[in-house]
Design a protein around this ligand. Structure first.
Ligand code: OGA
Ligand code: NI
Length: 416
């Protein structure tokens, strides 16, 4: 994208930090990649030093965590009380075998998929067809990216939410009063030719490896969404792909947004006092998460936090806010968070997918009738941005704000 050209740019406006709800403003000039918003050594105030990220802190050596990272007791991961913060044993998420979805057992697998999305909002996807090679190259190159000298990563540090490439730390870096134990790199991925030239050129193989991974996860996402629509009864298995159904969003999803989030959770000397990521839901349709063998991801299930047991090379897939809205509440966008530990660093890569940034997300008309009224207001970036700019959004506030109350229901549900 040439600088100064009128383009659709992206902003992670709010919370992408909020909830990964990066969005776009339309017709804005692509922002200049701002130079690192970091100090230069000596002139650092204690506050700005945290903007350099957790890795930088840890690399300089520390035995206790700075105050800025200490959560109030009620929000700490292992709080021993009756409330939902008690850490339980591992949770075995439903396992979906992608290869079976393409075979004679499709109907059964669609049923399992529906159950997983309704009850857990999460599943593990195995036999997904993305080769071990592609996955291990991706893990490898993301590890090497975070191992680059600080100055190299700092080139991409900006608080400009519209940047197509952004390194940062915590969750909502400029808003978090308590910081999270996490550094990240976020890349916009689609359309690839628009964004790839902005991606880091170091490590040398970074662009090639990430581009391959982005394309393959995107294809996988689209196939999953086809299955999900079928599981919701929105499309029939034997329908032509070019169905004319006006609520078939597959076509729009093909042009949809994709954001790759690389997460690094360095070892933490006091893991009980902080989190790698606070409880949040993801904004899009589906997130495909590649985690390593170090556990840390926790899912909120039946009022408790459960740790997700890593399965080598599987994707942890979760329903995002947009799919909850699209399914009119049938599929759940579930809170999850990340714990850190004292011994090992943990890395993950999340690929977040949704409609193009200028599309409206609304419940599928096929799922709405007199018996099942529309439960969410239509939503687009403007409502989202308006929402986040007026609210310190956390958890599932945004999704909650889209839920229709009985008064709006009467206004919105007209079935002529
Ligand atoms: C995310 C996320 C979990 C993890 O990036 O939205 O929830 O294990 N990541 O890193
Ligand atoms: Ni998430």
């Amino acid at each position: 994208i040439d600088q100064g050209e009128m383009v659709i740019t992206y902003t992670n406006a709010l919370n992408m930090d909020l909830k990964h709800m990066e969005r776009t403003f339309y017709i804005e000039k692509l922002p200049q990649m701002t130079p690192a918003m970091v100090g230069n050594g000596e002139s650092d105030t204690p506050g700005s030093q945290y903007q350099k990220g957790v890795k930088q802190l840890v690399d300089n050596g520390l035995h206790t965590i700075p105050k800025r990272y200490i959560l109030p007791p009620s929000d700490r991961p292992a709080t021993n009380s009756e409330d939902s913060n008690v850490v339980k044993q591992n949770l075995e998420l439903p396992i979906i075998d992608f290869s079976e979805l393409l075979g004679p057992k499709r109907q059964q697998v669609l049923q399992s998929l529906a159950n997983a999305c309704e009850e857990y909002g999460f599943f593990q996807l195995v036999n997904h067809g993305i080769s071990d090679d592609v996955i291990s190259s991706m893990r490898d190159v993301s590890g090497r990216f975070f191992d680059l000298p600080f100055e190299e990563r700092a080139k991409y540090m900006t608080t400009d939410m519209r940047a197509p490439v952004r390194c940062g730390t915590s969750f909502s870096q400029t808003k978090d009063t308590v910081l999270c134990w996490r550094d990240f790199l976020k890349l916009l991925c689609h359309p690839l030719p628009d964004f790839l030239p902005h991606w880091p050129a170091s490590p040398l193989d970074f662009r090639k490896v990430v581009a391959t991974y982005a394309e393959e996860t995107r294809d996988l996402f689209l196939m999953l969404m086809e299955a999900i629509q079928e599981s919701l009864g929105i499309i029939e298995g034997n329908e032509e792909e070019e169905t004319e159904e006006k609520d078939n969003i597959l076509k729009d999803l093909e042009d949809g947004s994709q954001m790759m989030v690389f997460n690094l959770y360095p070892p933490c000397p006091e893991p009980d006092l902080t989190l790698g990521m606070p409880p949040h839901s993801d904004y899009g349709f589906l997130t495909l998460l590649l985690q390593d063998q170090v556990q840390g991801l926790q899912v909120h299930f039946q009022g408790q936090w459960f740790t997700v047991q890593p399965i080598n090379n599987a994707f942890v897939v979760n329903v995002g806010d947009h799919l909850e809205i699209y399914s009119n509440g049938k599929y759940k966008s579930v809170l999850h968070r990340v714990m850190v530990n004292a011994e090992k660093k943990r890395t993950s890569v999340a690929s977040l997918h949704s409609l193009p940034f200028n599309c409206t997300v609304r419940p599928s008309p096929k799922l709405i009738d007199q018996a099942n009224p529309k439960r969410y207001a239509d939503t687009n970036f403007h409502t989202f941005l308006a929402y986040v700019s007026t609210r310190e959004s956390k958890r599932k506030d945004f999704l909650d704000s889209r839920k229709l109350t009985s008064t709006c229901l009467q206004e919105e549900n007209n079935f002529h």
